[in-house]
Design a protein around this ligand. Structure first.
Ligand SMILES: Cc1ncc(COP(=O)(O)O)c(C=O)c1O
Length: 387
């Protein structure tokens, strides 16, 4: 059975009524039949039947044991980092999502957790960074915005040999693209705000663990700290899951077409897309991922801020906005938008430059998207902004 069919049919029919759509249990509390006796739920922060369906589904798709749903991707990441204690050390990729970087270097630093940022494509660099206090390695792949590919299996060999936890942020991939737990990860997190929600209408996060013990720790943190996903938003994610395979496949196919187009344009300097054979991570992506993904980054040959402003204004189908993974195509300028919090001296690690643009390629027809970019470039050429 294909993954698409499996996903559609794994979403349960309601046993009580036969409803084909999962019911939304919009309730805070549950009536007990006698003190301490209830039907499995007592208070929605601790557990809710709609949220439980979502949590079980994501655990199934990620090949883990336990799922937990949170009010945002950052709340999910926060919960994983709360597995640590003061004095622990984390090794993280040197170009991870800016919000994760900020959480580690401000909030968790305040509580005594230290972090080293390294190039996770280099096994030796990871091994050199390991200290007696190291507890966790944090991987994001593909990375944002330069779409570097980290070899999850290679990193997991190091974490297993050194008794470290490996957490993979699978936001850009989604479980239909890659399954980090099968490659040796202990924990997977998602900003489900992106591909899993898929319609740019719900902020949400998910955690999946590879063992029941780790899952119990995460569920304890979820209940103790309280950043849970609401029943309605859980339902929106379940609905997103139903079309995830179909959407992700089309996002990837459109992004590949856009990347191929950009790759041949004289007004484009570099194109970053793991599907292109020229991409340094192409072979690992080919082995590790089922699709190459929906994000394409590129630099304008005239990399000035003025050219970037004019280009993003001239593009009409690509809306200038943060975020990614929704059905509508978006264009972002990482230096002034998504990565504005990254200090200038770290721009090289992230592959950031003033002329870099990131496309979240949506589900419009690929030809229309390519025409939109072509028209934007012609407007600039006519006005003499681009050569
Ligand atoms: C890779 C990655 N991880 C985590 C997050 C944080 O997720 P959220 O915005 O849902 O809190 C983002 C947000 O852009 C992201 O891109």
């Amino acid at each position: 059975m294909s993954l698409n069919t499996e996903i559609i049919h794994s979403i349960p029919v309601d046993e009580l009524t036969g409803a084909i759509s999962v019911p939304i249990y919009q309730t805070t509390t549950f009536v007990h039949s006698s003190p301490g006796v209830h039907q499995g739920y007592d208070y929605t922060r601790s557990g809710n039947p709609t949220r439980k369906v979502l949590e079980d589904l994501i655990a199934q798709y990620e090949k883990g044991t336990t799922g937990a749903a949170f009010a945002s991707g950052m709340a999910a990441i926060d919960a994983v980092l709360k597995l640590l204690k003061s004095g622990d050390h984390v090794i993280a990729g040197n170009d991870i999502y800016g919000g994760t970087y900020r959480l580690l270097t401000t909030i968790f630093k305040k509580f005594g957790v230290d972090v080293s940022f390294v190039n996770l494509q280099d096994d030796e660099e990871i091994i050199q960074a390991i200290r007696p206090a190291t507890r966790l390695v944090w991987v994001e792949t593909p990375t944002n915005p330069s779409l570097k590919i980290i070899d999850i299996l290679a990193v997991s060999k190091i974490t297993k040999a050194n008794d470290l936890l490996l957490c993979v942020d699978n936001t850009f991939g989604s479980p239909v693209c890659q399954k980090p737990i099968e490659l040796g990860a202990d924990i997977v997190v998602h900003s489900a705000t992106k591909y899993i929600g898929g319609h740019s209408d719900v902020i949400s996060g998910l955690v999946v663990t590879s063992t029941k013990e780790l899952g119990e720790e995460i569920l304890f943190i979820q209940n103790a700290c309280g950043a849970v996903l609401s029943p309605f938003e859980s339902w929106l994610l379940i609905r997103g899951l139903e079309t995830l395979e179909l959407r992700y496949r089309q996002h990837s196919s459109n992004a590949f077409a856009v990347a191929r187009y950009l790759n041949g344009q004289p007004w484009v300097e570099n194109v970053y897309y793991p599907g292109l054979t020229s991409h340094p991570g192409h072979e690992i992506a080919f082995r590790q991922q089922k699709y190459f993904g929906g994000i394409v980054s590129f630099t304008l040959r005239d990399g000035t801020l003025e050219a970037v402003k004019q280009f993003t204004k001239a593009a009409k189908l690509f809306k200038l906005a943060e975020s990614l993974g929704g059905i509508k195509s978006l264009i972002a300028h990482p230096v002034t938008m998504t990565h504005a919090s990254i200090p200038k001296e770290r721009h090289a690690d992230f592959g950031l430059s003033e002329g870099l643009l990131r496309l979240s390629v949506g589900l419009e027809d690929a030809d229309d998207l390519i025409n939109d970019l072509a028209t934007a470039s012609r407007v600039l050429q006519t006005e003499g902004v681009l050569n």
